[in-house]
Design a protein around this ligand. Structure first.
Ligand code: CA
Length: 247
């Protein structure tokens, strides 16, 4: 059986910040979906996230459809890192910029790959259950894994936003890559922390009712804004369906 997909997305500056340093890129023709959350002064965060999603997408496409999703993603992250390093070398104002990057790559045979660095998350909604596919690269997540902080306390901890890995020039931080098989009915969700900082998993799952994915993505962003909108908020949704024909 072959699979196909439909996608929706939304990104918003929020109600407090002057700029949107998140970036969203959807390339449905290649089964490729990316979100990034940039950081750095003087608009460098915007530059970093935009460069990262575009360079990563180019790297994945260059690798071709014959490569395993995880291998294509590895090449994408390498290309993104290189693009950021080159930008910083050429423009001192962007020095020190960095970004999270979370990427989903789907193949028509049902194989998928997820790559991430930082605290933008990927989730899978399957049979009504929302499962987080990525592990935040944050200080609070490390404390939760050590058992010294509860998941609930981590959400509101003053250090909740401190990330331990990012894509940036001064960093040898590696992405985490994983893969699996998807099936018709699956719904993938990529989000920045402007959404997950405001909505818990159960609240997100309840808002992912069947319907147009653009509307569902916009509703999540709007809800983050309604709860304060202190951060930029970005959502990509990818729904998997069956299509006729052999792979
Ligand atoms: Ca953010």
């Amino acid at each position: 059986m072959r699979i196909g997909w439909t996608a929706g997305g939304a990104t918003d500056t929020g109600r407090v910040r002057p700029n949107n340093e998140d970036a969203l890129l959807s390339d449905p023709a290649h089964g490729l979906f990316l979100v990034a959350d940039g950081m750095g002064g003087h608009a460098a965060g915007e530059v970093a996230s935009r460069l990262a999603v575009e360079a990563c997408a180019r790297g994945v496409r260059r690798k071709g459809t014959g490569a395993a999703p995880v291998e294509a993603l590895r090449e994408g992250f390498r290309a993104a890192r290189e693009a950021l390093a080159e930008c910083c070398a050429n423009d001192p104002r962007t020095r020190g910029m960095g970004t999270t990057l979370t990427v989903l790559l789907l193949r028509p045979d049902g194989e998928y790959g997820i790559g991430h660095i930082g605290d933008s998350r990927a989730y899978l909604l399957r049979d009504g259950r929302l499962e987080q596919l990525t592990r935040d690269h944050t200080w609070v997540q490390e404390q939760v894994e050590k058992g010294s902080l509860s998941a609930r306390a981590a959400r509101t901890h003053p250090y909740a936003h401190i990330i331990t890995r990012a894509l940036g020039v001064d960093s040898a931080d590696e992405p985490e890559l994983s893969g699996g098989r998807t099936a018709p009915g699956d719904l993938f969700l990529l989000v920045t922390d402007g959404v997950t900082g405001k909505l818990e998993d159960g609240q997100i799952a309840r808002m992912l009712a069947p319907g147009p994915l653009d509307a569902a993505a916009a509703a999540l962003v709007e809800e983050a804004n309604r709860r304060g909108g202190e951060d930029n908020a970005t959502v990509a949704l990818v729904g998997v369906r069956a299509v006729e024909g052999e792979v």
